[in-house]
Design a protein around this ligand. Structure first.
Ligand SMILES: Nc1ncnc2c1ncn2[C@@H]1O[C@H](COP(=O)(O)OP(=O)(O)OP(=O)(O)O)[C@@H](O)[C@H]1O
Length: 249
């Protein structure tokens, strides 16, 4: 569980977002949405401790994030940034990186570390490519491998910045369904999503950021009823009879 209390985030002392308070609960998908440049990535980086907070505090499982040492934080929360290089490494090799926060001075993986790697690969459906070079995989396949690495870290929380970007539609749905399964198993998932319809469909709570602050934090159904997203994005959000959402200009 991540709890933000009056958090302000930004660069060189200048806030991009101020006074942000919400809680991303265990067992839920929390989506961060907002127009381009509103500060979603900045906020996610601050939660992932990649950027210092300007004000307020962020708690992970009730403890201020700054109070964790580097390895302990990595064991509790994994971060999948938007842009990543694609190293020359096997799938199993990359997923094994998720165990680095557990290794002692010898840097040797134990039986338990190896089991965690295999389990993470099975859970994400990438075990079949264990020996393949990461660079040979498609974008969607690679995204699942990065998620396997995050899972191998073994923490309760995973932060993801636009995990569906560059994926074709069916790979997007596959990934979101996988994230749903992880949330149902009790993980805390906090993600930046560009696709509003997907954010409403797959998340339990949506944080809407606009004009430098948190405009709303609510369930998809309430946001839909209140037409908040229509106002922020200048679109008409519709709900199909079967409950899926779609947009009209
Ligand atoms: N390293 C940086 N130094 C200074 N300003 C930055 C830095 N990175 C981002 N910004 C600025 O902070 C603001 C928020 O950027 P951020 O990337 O968080 O937005 P975003 O909502 O994730 O955007 P997008 O939807 O386009 O990905 C923007 O005005 C951006 O120019």
């Amino acid at each position: 569980m991540f709890e933000l209390r009056h958090a302000s985030v930004g660069y060189e002392g200048t806030p991009v977002l101020r006074d942000i308070s919400f809680t991303a609960q265990d067992g839920q998908i929390t989506a961060l949405v907002g127009t381009n440049g509103c500060g979603k990535t900045t906020l996610l980086k601050a939660i992932a401790r990649q950027l210092p907070l300007l004000n307020g505090e962020i708690l992970l499982q009730g403890q201020p994030i700054q109070s964790f040492d580097r390895k302990a934080f990595a064991r509790a929360a994994a971060f999948m940034p938007q842009v990543r290089n694609i190293p020359e490494i096997s799938v199993r090799g990359l997923v094994s990186h998720g165990r680095f926060p557990y290794l002692g001075l010898s840097r040797q993986m134990t039986t338990r570390d190896r089991a965690a790697v295999e389990q993470a690969m099975r859970a994400t459906g990438v075990a079949q490519w264990a020996e393949r070079d990461l660079r040979e995989l498609s974008g969607g396949e690679r995204q699942r491998v990065y998620l396997a690495m995050a899972l191998a870290q073994g923490g309760d929380a995973i932060l993801l910045d636009e995990p569906t970007t560059y994926l074709d539609v069916s790979a997007q749905f596959e990934l979101l369904e996988l994230l749903r399964t992880l949330a149902d198993q009790g993980k805390t998932l906090l993600l930046v999503l560009h696709d509003l319809a997907q954010a409403l469909q797959y998340s339990d709570r949506v944080a809407v950021v606009a004009e430098g602050r948190l405009l709303a934090f609510d369930s998809p159904a309430n946001l839909f009823e209140q037409k908040i997203l229509d106002r922020v994005f200048g679109v008409t959000l519709c709900r199909a009879p079967e409950g899926t959402y779609y947009l009209r200009r």
